[in-house]
Design a protein around this ligand. Structure first.
Ligand code: NAP
Length: 290
């Protein structure tokens, strides 16, 4: 049992904070910018809510953040009324936002300056992973700090790994997104071709998904893709944010990512078709645009 603060009750944060309370058995104080969400969270889970991140974090041993992007994260941590203005020495800040490695290193330094510690801990597994408490969590930080944080993180995770020093969790999440981008374009082209060729897509996937072409995306998304339904997961606006982070990190480290850069442009095309909130498998819609 620990005192935990959770900042950011979005699609991901809301159920994650719930698991910290119900599965982890921790005393959880939440903060959300739109107060109504914090109210409905405390109605469901009990616990407490606070009017600012700073007040939520005051007595916490572990402070979790799960907000949108780098700037949002700076606001709730090092900004006015941010958690680092009140966190007690020895407390650990764990950030679940998908953000840059740069901001992770920045927060690591800011936490140390207060006698606190920091773990960057972006997640994969999407909304259903968060709701079912089976996320994959890629962490960056010191091993001793990670060992303290891990049993708490376990409440919402199936797989938790320490990938290296601060920023390494975010770098690992970037690899995750690079692998997804090219794969989804390949799967979209496969389904597009199959339809043009007059094949029975269901029957086809049943057969080829058991072989070398099989993937999580194929298993879980082919049916909805085939039906032209694209509201089953991670939104394109988020994916473009993530790929923007990936491509600027690649400019820094010299990695060559031609397919990722191209797929990022393709997602831009889908946004122009009005698909900002469609899921990432909607690359197929771009191929089938009249
Ligand atoms: P979301 O539903 O849009 O929620 C974002 C949360 O951050 C909301 O609670 C929002 O508060 C808060 N927020 C944003 N900017 C803020 C600011 N400047 N100050 C204070 N609070 C702020 O997003 P989500 O889907 O939960 O995603 C959260 C993070 O997880 C993102 O970095 C995303 O890339 C990552 N992620 C998402 C998924 C997914 O499938 N959704 C999967 C893996 C990773 P309000 O309620 O007031 O707007």
């Amino acid at each position: 049992m620990a005192n935990v603060a959770f900042i950011g009750l979005g699609v991901m944060g809301f159920p994650m904070a719930g698991h910290l309370r119900n599965k982890g058995g921790h005393a959880v104080t939440v903060y959300n910018r739109t107060a109504a969400k914090a109210e409905s969270w405390t109605k469901i889970y009990g616990g407490a809510s606070a009017p600012t991140p700073a007040q939520a974090a005051r007595d916490a041993d572990f402070v979790f953040t799960c907000v949108g992007n780098d700037d949002d994260l700076r606001q709730v941590t090092t900004g006015a009324d941010g958690v680092l203005s009140t966190m007690k020495p020895g407390a650990i800040l764990i950030d679940n936002t998908t953000a840059s490695a740069e901001v992770a290193r920045e927060l690591d330094a800011a936490a140390r300056a207060r006698g606190c510690r920091f773990i960057d801990a972006p997640v994969s597994g999407g909304q259903s992973g968060a709701e079912n408490g089976v996320l994959t969590v890629m962490c960056g930080g010191e091993p001793q700090v990670f060992e303290k944080a891990r049993p708490v993180i376990d409440a919402y995770a199936r797989m938790v790994g320490l990938m290296g020093p601060a920023g390494s969790g975010q770098l690992s999440k970037m690899v995750n997104q690079i692998c997804i981008a090219g794969l989804v374009q390949g799967l979209s082209e496969g389904i597009h071709f199959a339809k043009r060729a007059g094949l029975d897509v269901e029957r086809l996937i049943e057969v080829i998904s058991k072989g070398a072409a099989g993937s999580w995306q194929m298993e879980n998304r082919h049916k909805t893709m085939n039906e032209g339904k694209f509201d089953f997961g991670f939104a394109i606006d988020w994916m473009r944010k993530d790929l923007g982070i990936v491509l600027s990190e690649a400019r820094r480290n010299g990695a060559t990512l031609p397919v990722t850069a191209l797929v990022d442009q393709f997602y831009g095309d889908v946004q122009a078709m009005g698909g900002n909130r469609w899921d990432t498998s909607s690359l197929l819609a771009r191929l089938e645009k009249p």
